[in-house]
Design a protein around this ligand. Structure first.
Ligand SMILES: NC(=O)c1ccc[n+]([C@@H]2O[C@H](COP(=O)([O-])OP(=O)(O)OC[C@H]3O[C@@H](n4cnc5c(N)ncnc54)[C@H](O)[C@@H]3O)[C@@H](O)[C@H]2O)c1
Ligand SMILES: [Zn+2]
Length: 347
């Protein structure tokens, strides 16, 4: 069906499929996007809060939290699919944040060699990032998203009404990625996030819609040029190399760790790719406006130790995303020893 008045549609066209991202669509219209029998894989917290919307569907509940993205978690879901007699004619719909949609995408891509699937994304991070782009993965032996597939959902409903019940710390995780998009690809978005932060933080509907739509457009554009992350898609990792290291070392949330990782990447950008001091300061001040931490006070050796274990590293180097200016990013291959030297000089 065509989306109604207030819905924005962004398409992700790849060789194998076209994925429809529907920003501002209501969960109440889910049935319009599904054909055949459908089963929902729903995050338990979302089920509790919104059960009336799901009552007409078969459901499997997903325990909230990263632990569900595991082989044990999958075993439980495959078992329930078999018990319920789900076959290749069914449609799978993941409902929840990144945990639920990652699991649903992986299950839908592997159970019986693949069923049709779509998502209803219910977190800010999910709507701007996790549900978009066709990466469906689970964790294994302490490595995040190390087992997975690339496969695009047929649709993603980003119903912004869900965000009203999202805990503040989950919103902050989303804002970290939103700021990332502005830094790597869109200085106008940066200016908007800067000038309108009060209405954006208050989830004022038109600002929320505008911001999510722009982030989805940026990610869609990158994914269409490089679905399998051979080069350009690496730009989405801005702040994530050091961010992941900090997340592992300190246990703080992903968004907060990425914020500090972005601060480090901004500093390195000044030293290596010509970012102006004034732009670095504006970016750090924007992160603070959204309640994100910006103090980089970690031991360089510890950080380097964690980076050397990064799953995206090569033998003695890593692709590092840097800014030339706000909204303009570049990918540089950096040797570990050069990265360490820059960090030593900066800290
Ligand atoms: N596939 C990708 O490209 C991609 C990209 C980024 C992140 N991810 C993955 O996404 C996951 C993180 O996703 P997330 O940040 O959405 O976290 P999440 O799915 O863990 O959800 C966060 C919390 O919010 C709750 N929740 C969800 N929707 C709610 C709502 N509307 N109201 C109240 N509570 C709600 C959940 O139960 C959970 O407790 C990670 O596993 C990460 O690896 C995947
Ligand atoms: Zn991230």
């Amino acid at each position: 069906m065509s989306p109604t008045g207030n819905v924005s549609e962004v398409l992700i066209k790849t060789k194998a499929s076209t994925s429809r991202i529907l920003i501002g669509e209501s969960i109440e219209n889910l049935g319009n996007y599904v054909s055949g029998r459908a089963i929902l894989l729903v995050d338990k917290n979302v089920q509790k809060l919104y059960k009336d919307f799901f009552k007409n569907y078969d459901r499997i509940l997903i325990e909230p939290g990263e632990n569900s993205k595991s082989l044990d978690g999958l075993k439980n879901i495959y078992g329930q699919l078999l018990e319920k007699g789900v076959d290749r004619s069914w449609f799978i719909i993941g409902v929840g944040g990144g945990v639920a949609t990652d699991i649903a995408g992986f299950v839908a891509s592997t159970y019986m060699r693949g069923l049709r699937f779509g998502f209803v994304s219910t977190t800010l991070l999910g709507q701007v990032d996790a549900s978009i782009g066709g990466k469906n993965g689970i964790n294994f032996e302490g490595y995040k998203n190390i087992i997975g597939v690339f496969r695009q959902p047929e649709f993603v409903i980003c119903d912004t009404e869900f965000l009203k019940t999202l805990p503040g710390k989950e919103l902050v995780n989303g804002f970290s990625e939103i700021i990332k998009y502005s830094l790597i690809a869109d200085s106008e978005l940066f200016d908007y996030l800067d000038s309108s932060y009060e209405s954006i933080l208050a989830l004022e509907p038109s600002s929320t819609h505008r911001v999510i739509k722009r982030c989805v457009e940026i990610k869609a554009d990158i994914v269409m040029r490089d679905e399998k992350e051979s080069f350009e898609r690496r730009k989405l990792n801005f702040g994530h190399t050091i961010g992941h290291a900090i997340e592992k070392l300190s246990g703080i949330s992903h968004g907060m760790a990425v914020s500090i990782g972005m601060v480090a990447a901004l500093r390195i950008s000044r030293a290596v790719s010509g970012l102006k001091k004034e732009d670095e300061e504006r970016a750090v001040s924007l992160l603070r406006k959204y309640g994100l931490p910006t103090d980089f006070s970690y031991g360089i050796d510890e950080i380097m130790g964690a980076i050397r274990k990064d799953k995206k590293k090569e033998v003695d180097s890593i692709y590092f995303v840097l800014l030339e200016e706000l909204g303009k990013s570049v990918i540089r291959k950096m040797k570990f020893r050069d990265l360490k030297k820059v960090l030593d000089d900066l800290c």
